[in-house]
Write a protein that binds this ligand. Structure first.
Ligand SMILES: [Zn+2]
Length: 422
């Protein structure tokens, strides 16, 4: 019988047979040890909680040396990342990421790119991060002075390109700029320069953007082709040409795009709500929606979604757990973003603090989000036949999901992000 994990991975992983093992552990895919106090104690807690790998992200040249120190101290190597038996030993390994966070770009020295390449070269297991775009913190925002959106986008692209050239995974910060992120990923994809893995850290964007971002990171998948196919096979007239190809379909019937496949004015691309509203029209087509949630559709996407403590926030306007339940299982990762949200973690759960060991609780909450989504969908009284079909396909994916199988899935997703350097 095919297990739930194998189903989730049937479309992609060459690591599957070799590394499906009884031994497994948790990985905190994004935190900042340089901003934490009593790091030795935190790593001790992590080891006790079976969190055996922690990715510690740098934010500027000022913290790269310290980050490097934690990695060297833990003696991380390709060998031990690949060894599932580290679940048995009492130690947590630190993978360092080096990069310029969008808030701190003004600290760049003239040699920042050379310095970044040097660090990545010295540490063959390292990745690029934290990099990205933050529209809440620009030169136009109320408090303080931050780099302009233009500066952020260009530094982000430069660092993405370094990650591509050095074949390293990267960890991406994106606040209120999903449209800009989408555009930049499409540009990199269309010139064949995507880094091997793009981890969208602490994903907080709307669920509707999940398929779009997976598409932007996928060299072969085009939502436009799928929508066209569905339109051709149904009698209804195409609703609008939101998804437009810039080149005619080739002989094989596949479309090749040279520009982002959403035709929107440049000014709209940074505005998630308008982009989401338009995309929603396409998602109303249930058949398309169902296919968009199928892991096979994005078998070659370079994008993963990582969820942090914000998944605990159940306030009315928080869409994080909704987005998490929309991500295909083989695209999920977890993190703490420690020490961020420190005071909030305690309010989520007694005794919980913002440190790598808390990633175990993030995994529990992620499982709740996935299961609750299924329960609420199944109890919907206004379900059409098409929707029932859609929900049952979701149920197939999550019915057997247990804390153990989710842990296995998250572990293998991490290995898949890392396969370029393993
Ligand atoms: Zn961070």
């Amino acid at each position: 019988m095919i297990t739930n994990e194998e189903k989730a991975f049937s479309c992609q992983t060459p690591l599957k047979s070799k590394f499906f093992s009884e031994e497994k552990y948790y990985i905190d895919t994004h935190c900042h040890l340089c901003d934490c106090e009593h790091v030795d104690d935190l790593l001790e807690h992590a080891a006790k909680a079976n969190v055996k790998i922690v990715i510690s992200c740098g934010t500027s040249e000022e913290d790269w040396n310290e980050n490097e120190h934690y990695a060297e101290k833990s003696q991380i190597s390709q060998q031990n990342i690949l060894d599932p038996s580290i679940a048995k030993i009492h130690q947590t390994f630190v993978i360092p990421f080096f990069g310029y966070h969008p808030w701190f770009l003004d600290k760049r020295t003239p040699q920042w790119k050379e310095n970044l390449i040097k660090k990545l070269t010295q540490h063959p297991c390292s990745g690029v991060g934290e990099i990205g775009i933050d529209k809440l913190k620009t030169d136009k925002s109320k408090k303080g002075s931050y780099p302009s959106l233009e500066t952020q986008c260009s530094a982000f692209k430069e660092q993405l390109d370094i990650a591509y050239q050095m074949n390293r995974p990267c960890s991406v910060h994106c606040v209120r700029a999903v449209g800009n992120l989408y555009t930049i990923l499409c540009e990199q994809r269309d010139i064949n320069r995507l880094p091997p893995a793009i981890i969208l850290h602490s994903y907080g964007g709307p669920p509707d953007f999940v398929p779009l971002l997976l598409e932007a990171g996928s060299p072969s998948c085009r939502i436009s082709s799928l929508v066209k196919k569905e339109e051709a096979s149904s009698s209804s007239t195409p609703s609008s040409s939101i998804f437009t190809d810039t080149k005619k379909d080739n002989d094989k019937g596949q479309s090749h795009l040279t520009k982002p496949s959403i035709a929107l004015p440049e000014s709209e691309l940074g505005n998630p709500s308008s982009l989401s509203k338009i995309h929603e029209q396409q998602l109303k087509k249930k058949k398309v929606k169902r296919q968009l949630q199928h892991p096979d559709f994005y078998h070659d996407s370079h994008v993963w979604f990582s969820f942090s403590g914000t998944i605990f926030d159940h306030s009315k306007d928080n869409i994080v757990s909704q987005s998490a339940s929309f991500v295909p299982l083989n695209r999920l990762l977890i993190e703490t973003d420690a020490p961020t949200f420190d005071s909030k973690y305690a309010s989520y759960k007694e005794g919980l603090s913002s440190e790598p060991s808390a990633v175990v609780s993030v995994a529990e909450e992620l499982l709740n989000a996935i299961k609750n989504k299924k329960a609420s969908e199944n109890s919907s009284s206004t379900t059409s036949q098409d929707e029932t079909e859609h929900f049952s396909s979701l149920a197939n994916d999550t019915e057997e999901l247990t804390p153990d199988s989710l842990q296995n899935i998250l572990y293998h997703n991490f290995l898949n992000c890392y396969k370029s350097i393993l």
